[in-house]
Design a protein around this ligand. Structure first.
Ligand code: C5P
Length: 214
Protein backbone atom coordinates (compact mmCIF):
# COMPACT_ATOMS: atom_id res chain seq x y z
CA UNK A 1 0.00 0.00 0.00
CA UNK A 2 1.31 3.41 -0.96
CA UNK A 3 0.73 6.73 0.77
CA UNK A 4 -2.82 7.96 1.07
CA UNK A 5 -5.52 9.19 3.43
CA UNK A 6 -5.65 5.76 5.13
CA UNK A 7 -1.90 5.37 5.67
CA UNK A 8 -1.28 4.08 9.21
CA UNK A 9 -4.80 2.65 9.53
CA UNK A 10 -5.56 -1.08 9.86
CA UNK A 11 -8.84 -2.17 8.28
CA UNK A 12 -10.39 -5.60 8.51
CA UNK A 13 -12.59 -6.85 5.67
CA UNK A 14 -14.58 -10.10 5.53
CA UNK A 15 -15.66 -11.39 2.13
CA UNK A 16 -17.06 -14.36 0.27
CA UNK A 17 -19.36 -17.10 1.52
CA UNK A 18 -18.64 -19.55 4.28
CA UNK A 19 -18.92 -23.26 3.61
CA UNK A 20 -20.42 -25.43 6.32
CA UNK A 21 -19.52 -29.07 5.69
CA UNK A 22 -22.16 -31.79 5.90
CA UNK A 23 -19.63 -34.55 5.29
CA UNK A 24 -16.20 -34.65 3.58
CA UNK A 25 -17.70 -33.97 0.13
CA UNK A 26 -20.79 -31.82 0.77
CA UNK A 27 -21.53 -28.43 2.28
CA UNK A 28 -24.20 -25.74 2.69
CA UNK A 29 -23.41 -22.14 1.81
CA UNK A 30 -24.81 -18.74 0.88
CA UNK A 31 -24.46 -17.43 -2.65
CA UNK A 32 -21.51 -15.03 -2.84
CA UNK A 33 -18.81 -14.45 -5.44
CA UNK A 34 -16.70 -12.31 -3.08
CA UNK A 35 -16.33 -9.63 -5.78
CA UNK A 36 -17.72 -6.71 -3.76
CA UNK A 37 -15.67 -7.51 -0.66
CA UNK A 38 -12.46 -8.02 -2.64
CA UNK A 39 -13.03 -4.72 -4.48
CA UNK A 40 -13.47 -2.95 -1.12
CA UNK A 41 -10.29 -4.51 0.30
CA UNK A 42 -8.38 -3.38 -2.81
CA UNK A 43 -9.81 0.14 -2.73
CA UNK A 44 -8.88 0.56 0.95
CA UNK A 45 -5.33 -0.62 0.24
CA UNK A 46 -5.10 1.86 -2.66
CA UNK A 47 -5.86 4.64 -0.17
CA UNK A 48 -2.92 3.46 1.94
CA UNK A 49 -4.61 1.26 4.56
CA UNK A 50 -3.08 -1.92 5.91
CA UNK A 51 -5.85 -4.34 4.99
CA UNK A 52 -6.52 -7.80 6.45
CA UNK A 53 -8.99 -9.69 4.28
CA UNK A 54 -10.60 -12.69 5.96
CA UNK A 55 -12.01 -14.63 3.06
CA UNK A 56 -14.29 -17.59 2.60
CA UNK A 57 -13.79 -19.87 -0.40
CA UNK A 58 -13.83 -17.79 -3.63
CA UNK A 59 -12.14 -17.91 -7.03
CA UNK A 60 -10.55 -14.45 -6.94
CA UNK A 61 -7.01 -13.08 -6.91
CA UNK A 62 -5.87 -11.24 -3.77
CA UNK A 63 -5.85 -7.48 -4.47
CA UNK A 64 -2.40 -5.84 -4.40
CA UNK A 65 -1.22 -4.80 -0.95
CA UNK A 66 -3.84 -6.88 0.89
CA UNK A 67 -3.05 -9.58 3.50
CA UNK A 68 -5.47 -12.46 2.97
CA UNK A 69 -6.47 -15.10 5.50
CA UNK A 70 -8.44 -18.00 4.03
CA UNK A 71 -11.14 -19.70 6.07
CA UNK A 72 -13.88 -22.18 5.30
CA UNK A 73 -16.55 -22.03 8.01
CA UNK A 74 -18.22 -19.20 9.93
CA UNK A 75 -16.61 -20.41 13.14
CA UNK A 76 -13.18 -20.21 11.49
CA UNK A 77 -14.06 -16.74 10.16
CA UNK A 78 -15.02 -15.58 13.66
CA UNK A 79 -11.68 -16.84 15.05
CA UNK A 80 -9.67 -15.22 12.24
CA UNK A 81 -11.44 -11.89 12.78
CA UNK A 82 -10.64 -12.09 16.49
CA UNK A 83 -6.98 -12.76 15.80
CA UNK A 84 -6.74 -9.89 13.29
CA UNK A 85 -7.87 -7.27 15.83
CA UNK A 86 -7.32 -4.50 16.73
CA UNK A 87 -8.45 -2.54 13.70
CA UNK A 88 -9.47 1.07 13.10
CA UNK A 89 -12.39 -0.03 10.96
CA UNK A 90 -14.05 -3.27 9.89
CA UNK A 91 -16.13 -3.85 6.79
CA UNK A 92 -18.10 -7.07 7.03
CA UNK A 93 -19.04 -8.04 3.50
CA UNK A 94 -19.01 -11.82 3.92
CA UNK A 95 -22.20 -13.76 3.26
CA UNK A 96 -21.86 -15.83 6.40
CA UNK A 97 -23.95 -19.00 6.63
CA UNK A 98 -26.46 -18.67 9.44
CA UNK A 99 -26.23 -22.33 10.39
CA UNK A 100 -23.72 -25.13 10.52
CA UNK A 101 -24.19 -28.88 10.53
CA UNK A 102 -22.36 -31.31 12.74
CA UNK A 103 -20.33 -32.79 9.91
CA UNK A 104 -20.18 -36.57 9.46
CA UNK A 105 -16.63 -37.97 9.45
CA UNK A 106 -17.37 -40.23 6.47
CA UNK A 107 -19.30 -39.57 3.27
CA UNK A 108 -23.03 -40.06 3.88
CA UNK A 109 -24.48 -42.88 1.80
CA UNK A 110 -27.51 -42.70 -0.45
CA UNK A 111 -30.07 -45.46 -0.47
CA UNK A 112 -31.53 -45.33 2.99
CA UNK A 113 -33.55 -42.18 2.35
CA UNK A 114 -32.43 -38.57 2.83
CA UNK A 115 -30.45 -38.01 6.04
CA UNK A 116 -31.86 -35.41 8.44
CA UNK A 117 -29.69 -32.31 8.83
CA UNK A 118 -29.56 -30.88 12.34
CA UNK A 119 -28.71 -27.19 11.98
CA UNK A 120 -26.94 -25.20 14.68
CA UNK A 121 -26.71 -21.41 14.81
CA UNK A 122 -23.42 -19.83 13.76
CA UNK A 123 -21.93 -16.90 15.66
CA UNK A 124 -22.95 -13.49 14.28
CA UNK A 125 -19.49 -12.08 13.65
CA UNK A 126 -20.63 -8.50 13.08
CA UNK A 127 -22.92 -8.35 16.12
CA UNK A 128 -20.24 -9.94 18.32
CA UNK A 129 -17.64 -7.45 17.15
CA UNK A 130 -20.03 -4.56 17.82
CA UNK A 131 -20.22 -5.55 21.50
CA UNK A 132 -16.56 -6.45 21.97
CA UNK A 133 -14.09 -4.31 23.94
CA UNK A 134 -11.92 -4.26 20.79
CA UNK A 135 -14.73 -2.88 18.61
CA UNK A 136 -13.24 -0.96 15.69
CA UNK A 137 -14.06 2.75 15.74
CA UNK A 138 -16.00 2.38 12.49
CA UNK A 139 -18.00 -0.79 11.95
CA UNK A 140 -19.64 -1.29 8.56
CA UNK A 141 -22.02 -4.13 7.74
CA UNK A 142 -23.75 -5.20 4.56
CA UNK A 143 -27.36 -6.20 4.11
CA UNK A 144 -28.44 -8.14 1.06
CA UNK A 145 -32.18 -7.73 0.75
CA UNK A 146 -34.74 -8.68 -1.87
CA UNK A 147 -37.56 -6.37 -0.68
CA UNK A 148 -38.06 -3.27 1.52
CA UNK A 149 -34.30 -2.89 1.29
CA UNK A 150 -33.79 0.34 3.24
CA UNK A 151 -36.33 -0.52 5.93
CA UNK A 152 -34.67 -3.85 6.67
CA UNK A 153 -31.18 -2.34 6.56
CA UNK A 154 -32.14 0.48 8.92
CA UNK A 155 -33.41 -2.04 11.47
CA UNK A 156 -30.32 -4.20 10.97
CA UNK A 157 -27.96 -1.28 11.66
CA UNK A 158 -29.48 -0.79 15.10
CA UNK A 159 -30.01 -4.46 15.91
CA UNK A 160 -26.42 -5.41 15.08
CA UNK A 161 -24.76 -2.32 16.53
CA UNK A 162 -23.06 -1.29 13.28
CA UNK A 163 -22.28 2.34 12.45
CA UNK A 164 -23.13 1.97 8.78
CA UNK A 165 -25.02 -0.58 6.76
CA UNK A 166 -24.51 -0.82 3.02
CA UNK A 167 -27.88 -2.09 1.84
CA UNK A 168 -27.75 -4.07 -1.30
CA UNK A 169 -30.75 -4.78 -3.52
CA UNK A 170 -30.25 -8.38 -4.61
CA UNK A 171 -33.65 -8.82 -6.25
CA UNK A 172 -31.99 -8.54 -9.70
CA UNK A 173 -28.87 -10.32 -10.95
CA UNK A 174 -26.30 -8.88 -8.55
CA UNK A 175 -24.94 -12.27 -7.52
CA UNK A 176 -21.69 -12.86 -9.36
CA UNK A 177 -22.36 -9.82 -11.55
CA UNK A 178 -20.32 -6.64 -11.78
CA UNK A 179 -22.87 -3.96 -10.88
CA UNK A 180 -24.58 -3.08 -7.64
CA UNK A 181 -27.38 -0.79 -6.44
CA UNK A 182 -26.74 0.19 -2.84
CA UNK A 183 -27.99 2.55 -0.15
CA UNK A 184 -25.69 3.79 2.60
CA UNK A 185 -27.59 3.73 5.91
CA UNK A 186 -25.99 5.70 8.76
CA UNK A 187 -27.18 7.34 11.98
CA UNK A 188 -27.71 10.50 9.89
CA UNK A 189 -30.03 8.92 7.36
CA UNK A 190 -29.99 7.14 4.03
CA UNK A 191 -28.05 7.91 0.86
CA UNK A 192 -29.25 6.30 -2.35
CA UNK A 193 -26.32 5.65 -4.65
CA UNK A 194 -26.92 5.30 -8.37
CA UNK A 195 -26.30 1.84 -9.85
CA UNK A 196 -22.52 1.47 -10.03
CA UNK A 197 -19.98 -1.19 -10.95
CA UNK A 198 -18.79 -3.02 -7.84
CA UNK A 199 -15.33 -1.42 -8.04
CA UNK A 200 -16.92 2.06 -8.09
CA UNK A 201 -19.05 1.18 -5.05
CA UNK A 202 -15.80 0.04 -3.42
CA UNK A 203 -13.92 3.26 -4.23
CA UNK A 204 -16.75 5.49 -3.01
CA UNK A 205 -17.09 3.50 0.22
CA UNK A 206 -13.31 3.57 0.79
CA UNK A 207 -13.32 7.36 0.38
CA UNK A 208 -16.18 7.66 2.85
CA UNK A 209 -14.30 5.49 5.34
CA UNK A 210 -11.17 7.63 4.92
CA UNK A 211 -13.22 10.77 5.61
CA UNK A 212 -14.87 9.20 8.67
CA UNK A 213 -11.58 8.04 10.18
CA UNK A 214 -10.12 11.48 9.61
O1 C5P B 1 -28.25 -10.74 9.33
P1 C5P B 1 -27.55 -10.67 8.02
O2 C5P B 1 -26.84 -11.94 7.65
O3 C5P B 1 -28.43 -10.16 6.89
O4 C5P B 1 -26.45 -9.54 8.23
C1 C5P B 1 -25.53 -9.24 7.25
C2 C5P B 1 -24.32 -8.57 7.84
O5 C5P B 1 -23.88 -9.24 9.01
C3 C5P B 1 -23.14 -8.61 6.90
O6 C5P B 1 -22.32 -7.49 7.19
C4 C5P B 1 -22.48 -9.91 7.28
O7 C5P B 1 -21.12 -9.95 6.91
C5 C5P B 1 -22.66 -9.92 8.78
N1 C5P B 1 -22.78 -11.26 9.37
C6 C5P B 1 -21.78 -11.75 10.20
N2 C5P B 1 -21.91 -12.99 10.79
C7 C5P B 1 -23.03 -13.73 10.59
C8 C5P B 1 -24.07 -13.24 9.76
C9 C5P B 1 -23.91 -12.02 9.16
O8 C5P B 1 -20.76 -11.07 10.38
N3 C5P B 1 -23.13 -14.92 11.17
Amino acid sequence: AGDGPLTGKHILVTAGPTHEPIDPVRYIANRSSGKQGYAIAGALAELGARVTLVSGPVALATPPGVTRIDVETAREMADAVDRALPADAAVMVAAVADWYVEAAAQKLKKGEGAPPLALHTNPDILATLAKSPTRPRLLVGFAAETERVVEHATAKRVRKGADWIVANDVSGDVMGGDANTVHLVTADGVEDWEPLPKDAVARRLAERIAAALG
